[in-house]
Each structure stands twice: as C-alpha cells, then as structure tokens.
Design a protein around this ligand. Structure first.
Ligand code: AMP
Ligand code: GLY
Length: 456
C-alpha cells in the first residue's frame, strides 16, 4: 500500500479519524451516490487522486472515470492493482453480492465493503430474515419462505392483510409488493416465480406481515466491531407526490436535526445495530463497510424492513452534504479496522436531495435529452448538483438513465434547505423530466414550496 499510513494512536482530543496522506481512491459505481462520494472525497486534504469506475458524465468533473462493468469483480481488482489504488470504495450492491471484497482480499488490496457471505443480508431477503430471527432483531412477522408458486399462493388463505410479497434476490427495488388484495398478491407471486422478468431472484419468495409507521434510513460505517452512525435520512420511494405511483429506487431524501429522539436512537442502537454487529461476528462474517438499516418506526418501536450492504441512493447525497469530517479518512479507518474511538461530526441544520427523473421513469424512461440550466442551478447558495444518469459530450450533458440528477442543498433548517433545492431544481431544463414537489414536507405540514416543473 502506498500513501504512508499513520498507525499512531488517535489523540485524546480528536473525534476525528486517523490520517493517511496522499490517498489514491477508486470508487466503484456510476450513480448519484458515487458522485456525492467523489465530491466529498475531493474535499479531503488527504486525498491525492480519485478514480470512478465506470462513473458518469458529471462525475468526470470530480474524478477520472474508467470503463468497468460493475458486476465483473475480477476486472475491478485488476483495475485497482493497475492504478495502484490505496483504497477501493464500493457503491452498488451487485459487486458486493458477487464477492468483490473477497476477490480484493485474496489479492491483498484494501477495500471498503463486506464479503459475499455478509452481503447476502441484502442479496437474499430470506437469509436476512433468518439472520434476524437467529439474533433476536425486531422485524415484521413472517408467514413463510416458498419455492413453489402453489404453496405460496395457498398460504394466502391464512394470512392477515395487508401482506408483503418479496422476491428473495436483488430486483432493483421492484421485487416487493404490499397489498390487501389476494388476487394482486397471487398475480405478483406468479410474475416473480413463473416469468422471466426477475430471473433467479424470483425463484424463492417471502411472505411477511405488513406493518405501518414512518420509514427511516439508518446507516452505519463499521469495521465489524466499532462503528459510527451517519446522519439519519428519510427516502421517498414512490414516483409521485403524496406517495402515489410505482416504487422507484428513491425520488428524494432529507436529513434534519431531531429526526430521531435520543430514546428512539438508543433503542435502534441497542435492539438493532449492536445485535446485528454481534450476530455478524458470531457467525464469522468480517464486515467492513456500510450497513443500511431500512427501518419502520412502528408503535411497538423500530423494526427492520431490510438490510442493504452499502450506502443508500439518494440517502448518501443528503448525508454527505451534512458531513463535517474527513470522509476519506473515515472510509480508510473502517477498511483497516481501526475505527475504535472515532466519531463523526455533522453540520447542524438540515439537508435535502431531490431526484430529477426522466419522462417515463421508472417503467420506461426516455433517454438522450439535452440537460439545460445546470450552471444556473449550481449558482444557488448551498446547492450541489449530483449526476446520476448523465453522459458528457465536451461541455454538454445528456440524459442516460431513469434518475438523472440529485439536486441537493443544505441549510440551517429543513425549510431553508428545501427552498434552495427547489429553486435550483426549477432552473434545470430537461424535456419531460419530473421531480417530486413534496420531499421533506411531512416534517412541516404546509403548502408546497415549488410548483415549477423540471421541464420549465
Ligand atoms: P424492502 O426492499 O424490503 O425495503 O421493501 C421496499 C419497500 O416496501 C419498503 O421501503 C417499504 O415501503 C415496503 N415494505 C417492505 N416490507 C414491508 C412490511 N413488512 N410492511 C410494510 N411495508 C413494507
Ligand atoms: N434509497 C434506497 C436504497 O438505496 O436502497
């Protein structure tokens, strides 16, 4: 490893992270989450070079982009070796579930991300459910895991409604249905298990109890023993305002002081986070990376809906805007298992990230549109525009994905952050594009801040 790792102890006054100088970092991925990571890493005095593979149009402003198929873990390791990266940080779940961390470990390369065994917490919902049962972690009740359509459909005769049908494997957010209709549940089970649409991910399905409450994304960075909690966030998964329309990868997030009471956060730490880490250790899974707890805050306390083995998208954009610490050093400390005694510092106030999506997203996004107004949007104070689905041609950007941009803003209050983000988003001109006008609005019930559509 290059870069002169400082292995001295953490000083008593420091809440920060150990410094490694002249770090060269490779980010795997190419969405808004990875753009936010590159943007934040660039602010670190200890970082000398950032690559992102494959990256995207906007990321090319903050990092050198390299071609890569993210599912190809051997080529990713070849690339890290060739570049001489001191650390590789993995954004998306696919390479983690395919064992990228194991491949890097075999070659002695530093990587931030869990091994394949632990990545099953996201890669198999049935594995995650069994892990939670073994380790006493609160979650929604289970009706069963099924390998046959007939048995899964027969079980519907004895469930309470609403029921939740989940494909076992990775489905990019499309493998879950919450429903009170038996015919809808049956149709979805047949689609998952019989059709080609979901491939092997739909070979097994889970039926679970539908629970209600506010959702919360609680993410930690851990070296398997010690951890730091990231600022909590709330995602908005449905495509349209008032939580209408189909599920998406996430249409917007916010983070604000006071989202969690001290009691509730203690409960999350004691009943969910620590038992999860203890369970991983007990089951011999060496976890170095991010654990994303998708929580439902129910009347009986917080319950885990899902685990992700990575940072969220668009949670990361809102989180890193509030991060008042050296993100590169924190990632290196977790990868090298030296997080003991560290804690993160957050800018007070709030942040928000609005996702600007293509016409037709999520079912059939229309791509290839010229993106106008980026410079105008970036002139708004406290705003950062993160690219998700864009490609660059000289100095112009074109849409290349369903989620195009994350317009993120910080502020002393959520209202201030919302005003800045909606002002910036209204300056962006993309034919047919849309974004939700109610991100963060559940926090303060009042009139919509913005009425200006993205296509102006
Ligand atoms: P998951 O991929 O498991 O997080 O599920 C996607 C979304 O489905 C969640 O963000 C929730 O909105 C919803 N969901 C999942 N599990 C449940 C459940 N047991 N009860 C109610 N809603 C759920
Ligand atoms: N925004 C939810 C996720 O990243 O899975």
């Amino acid at each position: 490893m290059g870069g002169g790792v400082d292995t001295a102890g953490r000083t008593a006054v420091s809440f920060l992270f150990l410094q490694t100088n002249n770090m060269k970092i490779l980010i795997i991925g190419g969405g808004g989450r990875e753009h936010a990571m590159a943007w934040k890493l660039r602010q670190s005095a200890s970082v000398e070079k950032i690559w992102c593979a494959p990256g995207n149009g906007g990321i090319s402003r903050d990092a050198e982009c390299m071609p890569l198929n993210v599912g190809d873990v051997k080529t990713a390791a070849d690339l890290a070796m060739k570049l001489g990266a001191d650390l590789t940080i993995v954004g998306p779940e696919l390479p983690l579930v395919q064992g990228i961390a194991d491949e890097f470990a075999r070659r002695g390369l530093a990587i931030l991300g869990p091994p394949k065994t632990a990545a099953q917490l996201e890669g198999s919902k049935i594995f995650a459910k069994e892990f939670m049962a073994r380790n006493g972690i609160p979650t929604a009740g289970v009706y069963g895991a099924f390998e046959s359509t007939r048995e899964a459909c027969a079980k519907l005769d004895s469930v309470a409604w609403p029921v939740v049908v989940k494909a076992d494997g990775l489905c990019a957010g499309k493998g879950v249905l919450v429903t009170s209709s038996a015919s809808e549940a049956k149709e979805f089970i047949e689609r998952l298990m019989e059709g080609d649409e979901f491939g092997a991910a739909g070979n097994r399905v889970l039926l679970e109890e539908g629970i209600t409450g506010k959702e919360l994304s609680y993410i930690i960075l851990t070296d398997g023993t010690d951890f730091i909690s990231l600022a909590p966030t709330r995602d908005h998964k449905r495509a349209f305002d008032n939580d209408e329309g189909p599920n998406t990868g996430g249409m917007g997030t916010y983070s604000t002081d006071g989202m969690l009471t001290r009691e509730l956060e203690q409960q999350i730490l004691e009943k969910i986070v620590r038992p999860t880490l203890a369970g991983l250790r007990k089951e011999k899974m060496e976890y170095r990376g991010f654990i994303f707890f998708g929580l439902m805050l129910t009347r009986d306390g917080a319950k885990v809906l899902e685990y992700n083995c990575r940072l969220g998208d668009p949670e990361t954009q809102a989180i890193l805007l509030r991060a008042d610490f050296d993100f590169a050093a924190a990632c290196m400390d977790a990868a090298l298992a030296r997080l003991a005694g560290a804690s993160a510092k957050w800018f007070p106030g709030a942040s928000i990230c609005l996702v600007v999506a293509s016409e037709g997203y999520p079912s059939g996004p229309v791509l290839g549109k010229l993106i106008g107004g980026l410079e105008e949007a970036e002139k708004v104070a406290h705003v950062a525009v993160f690219h998700a689905g864009t490609r660059r041609e000289v100095n112009d950007y074109y849409t290349s994905g369903g989620r195009i941009l994350g317009v993120a803003a910080g502020g002393d209050s959520l209202l201030e952050a919302c005003r800045a983000a909606y002002d910036a988003a209204s300056r962006i001109k993309i034919p047919g594009a849309h974004y939700r006008k109610d991100i963060g609005m559940t926090e303060f019930r009042q009139a919509k801040i913005a009425e200006v559509p993205a296509n102006g």
